[in-house]
Design a protein around this ligand. Structure first.
Ligand code: TK8
Length: 339
């Protein structure tokens, strides 16, 4: 390596490491960033979006302004994704599940019962496998920055407690717009209906659908307890959110600006995971106090569910690619052997 090249690399490293606006002010332009999300401002998603906005403003010396826009005011996940790809919107956070139509590898995270706990989820999502899946977005006009936690999903409905698979038979259940979810709940016997999240509350209220599945946090923040009587603890899948950027817009940013966004996505991720977990830990009590009737499934019933759902695995493996599927299984085996 030549001296000049080494010096250039060293200089670049310093520039990136100290993304301070005073020394590198010329690298940061005034920017307005519309950061869309689907839940309301009082949700874990809304609180973390605020942290993201504050971080970006602070690190850019107030030059980069983030307007966090919640409650799907910029449209549901799928619409915002298209706006990012086209360059009409800069950033968003939403479910990885709604990205599967764009990047098929994202279906990996829809695998039922993939992770046993959040430690496994963090290790895989923040490790090389999570990065590999995230990088696939770039071919499609999106840049992924960080995975946030949506969480383990649980069933609610207005008909009856689900204590066994058969209880789902006549339940019209809203699922995310994604074939793995659709197939999974059909396999379990429910009448699965894909629908954007933004339409869900009123669909539950008018009984267009009887039930839905989401983490405790969302059941609370979206006030589903007002229109759903029964919550059945299934933890059937761990669902990540992902912070994404329009690649069209990203490619026009300086390295310093990109670094500010990446750092802020990670800082807000760490805040968000802790906040979400703290909230989830007391959510069952809160939901009970709001009048929900909560039941756990017996181990035998969860196992029946697990067995049925393994039938979607082969399809997911084919879609995401056998290498990625096997790498993930091996990584999980390694993580489980470690402790
Ligand atoms: C929010 C959604 C939501 C997801 C769903 O836009 O659709 O049920 O869990 O978090 O992405």
């Amino acid at each position: 390596m030549t001296f000049l090249r080494r010096t250039l690399i060293a200089a670049a490293t310093v520039a990136v490491a100290s993304a301070s606006f005073s020394a590198f002010a010329q690298d940061i332009k005034p920017r307005l960033i519309r950061f869309g999300y689907g839940l309301n401002e009082q949700s874990n998603q809304g609180r973390a979006a605020k942290v993201f906005a504050e971080q970006v403003e602070k690190a850019s010396g107030g030059k980069m302004k983030v307007r966090a826009i919640g409650a799907a005011a910029l449209g549901p996940d799928t619409q915002m994704q298209q706006a990012l790809i086209g360059g009409a919107q800069e950033m968003m956070v939403g479910s990885t599940a709604t990205l599967v139509g764009i990047t098929k590898e994202m279906a990996l995270w829809d695998t039922p019962f993939l992770f046993n706990n959040v430690k496994e989820a963090d290790a895989v999502l923040d490790g090389p496998i999570g990065q590999k899946v995230m990088d696939k977005l770039q071919d499609k006009g999106l840049v992924g920055l960080a995975y946030w936690e949506n969480g383990f999903r649980n069933l609610t409905n207005s008909k009856r407690p689900v204590t066994k698979l058969e209880d789902l038979n006549d339940v019209k259940l809203r699922v995310m717009q994604n074939n793995v979810y659709l197939d999974s709940f059909k396999l379990l016997g429910a009448n699965a209906v894909p629908m954007p999240f933004s339409e869900l509350f009123s669909a539950l209220e008018t009984k267009t659908v009887d039930g839905q599945e989401n983490p405790y946090n969302t059941i609370l923040s979206s006030k589903f307890y007002e229109v759903q009587k029964y919550l059945s603890v299934t933890n059937h899948v761990y669902s990540p959110w992902i912070v994404t950027v329009s690649k069209k817009w990203w490619d026009g940013l300086s390295k310093t600006e990109q670094k500010i966004l990446l750092d802020a996505a990670r800082v807000s991720r760490d805040f968000e995971r802790k906040d979400t977990r703290d909230e989830a830990a007391k959510a069952l009590g809160d939901l009970k106090a709001k009048g929900m009737q909560i039941n756990e499934l017996s181990v035998a019933e969860v196992n029946r569910m697990r067995d049925k759902l393994t039938h979607v695995n082969a399809g997911i493996a084919t879609n995401v690619g056998m290498d990625l599927w096997n790498d993930t299984q091996n990584e999980l085996t390694r993580l489980r052997a470690k402790k």
